[in-house]
Every structure is written in structure tokens, then in C-alpha cells.
Design a protein around this ligand. Structure first.
Ligand SMILES: Nc1ncnc2c1ncn2[C@@H]1O[C@H](COP(=O)(O)OP(=O)(O)OP(=O)(O)O)[C@@H](O)[C@H]1O
Ligand SMILES: [Mg+2]
Length: 267
């Protein structure tokens, strides 16, 4: 049987930052693939290059100080690194979307939720303001925000942290992306809300059969959500495995340490 082409292929990607104390290799020659509809986790200690990897996929690394020094990224047949920022604005939010840790910084405090959501929709879809608002309301309902027709008229500060993150998810999914990149999407939230938001993301990923890259410190979350896991350490990928296999039989010493620390924390 012919293998289906992966939705995302990353080959020999390296990213450096020039800082006062010298050049930091944030991402060091990494290669990986994500299949269509596949949820993949990226784990690794702080500073291992997870966020820089995610940002690079959508050309969101600030240059300077960041610089992509080598590699290729192919997303749905598109050579991402050959695209201009103007072209990337069309790709972001449409073919691929990203959700970040802190929804308050991603939402603009002076515009209503509805305003911001319709704006995003109208960048990518030729619809009227009214139609875009209808779609926004429908999306808020999809992510289980109660009374969405009221919510669209509110400002970000009028919502709880969990609801703001749901708005971000709704916005990210409003144009039906093939790839969702979620970078620690629940870390800034209260512990009880964290689980709900992650459950929501997991459900939507399955329902919409999206590819997903989920970045987290929590191997428990990965175990519940992701089919495969990528383990990063000091800018390199040190292990890629089926999630079950990683837990059963971690290969790299760093992965063993990571698993041990989770087990110790949960004792
Ligand atoms: N804007 C920047 N300027 C300089 N160095 C940066 C910048 N962004 C990231 N780096 C460096 O790149 C490396 C990788 O950082 P990255 O944010 O990808 O880590 P991470 O794995 O996401 O960590 P965390 O789990 O804490 O979020 C680190 O050494 C970091 O200091
Ligand atoms: Mg990070």
C-alpha cells in the first residue's frame, strides 16, 4: 500500500539566536513528520527548543535576533520557508493555526470578542460581516462557551481565563485549519480549568480530524492526547516514538529521566 504523504515534513531545521552573550542554537538540525489527522506531542525541559520549533513552522520567530540557518518545512505541499510574511498571513489561521499559553496577550483589550473573531474570519473568507459574526457565534458554541451571542459583544477582560482560552481556540479553528499548533495551551490557567481546556482541544482535534502538535511539560497529557511523541533536549530531537512505546520502553536516557520525574511527582 502506498504511504500517504505527511501533512507536515520538517527536514534538518536549525534556528539560531544572536544574543549579547553569543549565538544560541535554539533548534539544532531537527527532522520530523506529522501525518494528516495525527496528534503529535513535543516534550522536553525548559529551553529545549519546543516553542522556537513551533514558531518557526509558521515563520513567527523574530528575525533579528532569530535566524533560520538551515532546513526545509513542507506543509500541505507548501514550501513554508520560501513564503513572504504577506503570504504567511494568508497561511496562518487558515491552513495552520497556533494557540499560545497566555490568551490575554493574544487578544486585543480594546476590541470585542466578536470584532476580533470576525476580523480573523474575513482575512481568509469572502463573507459579509454578518455572516462572519454568525460563524463566530457558532464557533464559540462549538468550544462550549455559554450564551455565545452575548459573549461576542464583550471585551476580553469580561471573560475568565478559561473562557478567553476557549475564544482563542474558537478563533484558531474558525477557518478549519489542517494543522493546529498548541504551545502549552493550558499552563497559564487554574488547575481545574486546565483539564477542561485540554479535553476541549482533544475533542476538537478528533472530531475535525486535524493534525496537531501539542507542546507540553505534562507527559500525562501527552499519554491521553497524542499518538506519537517527540522528545527534545538542548535543541535536538533525541527520541520519537509511539506514545505507548515511549512509556513502555524509553530509549534515550533523557526520556527516562523525564518519565522518572513524572512518576516521582505523582507518587
Ligand atoms: N527571542 C529570543 N531571543 C534570544 N533567545 C531566544 C529567544 N527565544 C528563544 N530563545 C532561546 O532559544 C532556546 C529555546 O527556547 P524555547 O523557547 O524554544 O524553549 P522551550 O522548550 O519552549 O522552553 P519552555 O518549556 O520554557 O517554554 C532557549 O535557549 C531560549 O533562551
Ligand atoms: Mg516554550
Amino acid at each position: 500500500m502506498a504511504q500517504e504523504k505527511p501533512l507536515l515534513t520538517v527536514e534538518n531545521l536549525s534556528v539560531e539566536f544572536t544574543t549579547d552573550s553569543g549565538v544560541v542554537k535554539a533548534v539544532d538540525d531537527i527532522s520530523f513528520e506529522v501525518a494528516a489527522g495525527e496528534p503529535v506531542g513535543i516534550v522536553g525541559e525548559s529551553g529545549s527548543g519546543k516553542s522556537v520549533t513551533a514558531l518557526t513552522l509558521l515563520q513567527l520567530v523574530p528575525d533579528p535576533p532569530g535566524r533560520i540557518t538551515s532546513g526545509r518545512i513542507e506543509l500541505d505541499g507548501i514550501d513554508i520557508l520560501s513564503k513572504s510574511q504577506a503570504e504567511m498571513r494568508q497561511i496562518r489561521g487558515d491552513l495552520a493555526s497556533m494557540i499560545f499559553q497566555e490568551p490575554m496577550t493574544a487578544l486585543n483589550p480594546v476590541f470585542t470578542i466578536g470584532n476580533q473573531m470576525t476580523e480573523v474570519i474575513r482575512v481568509h473568507r469572502k463573507v459579509s460581516k454578518k455572516q462572519a459574526l454568525q460563524l463566530a457565534i457558532q464557533m464559540l458554541d462549538t468550544v462550549n462557551i455559554p450564551s455565545p451571542e452575548k459573549r461576542v459583544k464583550q471585551y476580553p477582560h469580561e471573560l475568565s481565563g478559561g473562557q478567553r482560552q476557549r475564544v482563542m481556540i474558537a478563533m484558531a479553528l474558525s477557518c478549519d485549519p489542517k494543522l493546529l499548533i498548541a504551545d502549552e495551551p493550558s499552563t497559564a490557567l487554574d488547575v481545574t480549568v486546565q483539564a477542561q481546556v485540554l479535553k476541549e482541544i482533544h475533542r476538537l482535534q478528533e472530531e475535525r480530524n486535524m493534525s496537531m502538535i501539542l507542546i507540553t511539560h505534562d507527559l500525562g497529557v501527552v499519554a491521553e492526547t497524542c499518538k506519537r511523541v517527540i522528545v527534545m533536549y538542548k535543541g535536538k530531537i533525541v527520541e520519537v516514538a509511539e506514545t505507548k512505546e515511549l512509556f513502555r520502553n524509553p530509549q534515550h536516557p533523557y526520556t527516562r529521566t523525564l518519565l522518572d520525574s513524572v512518576l516521582t511527582l505523582r507518587d
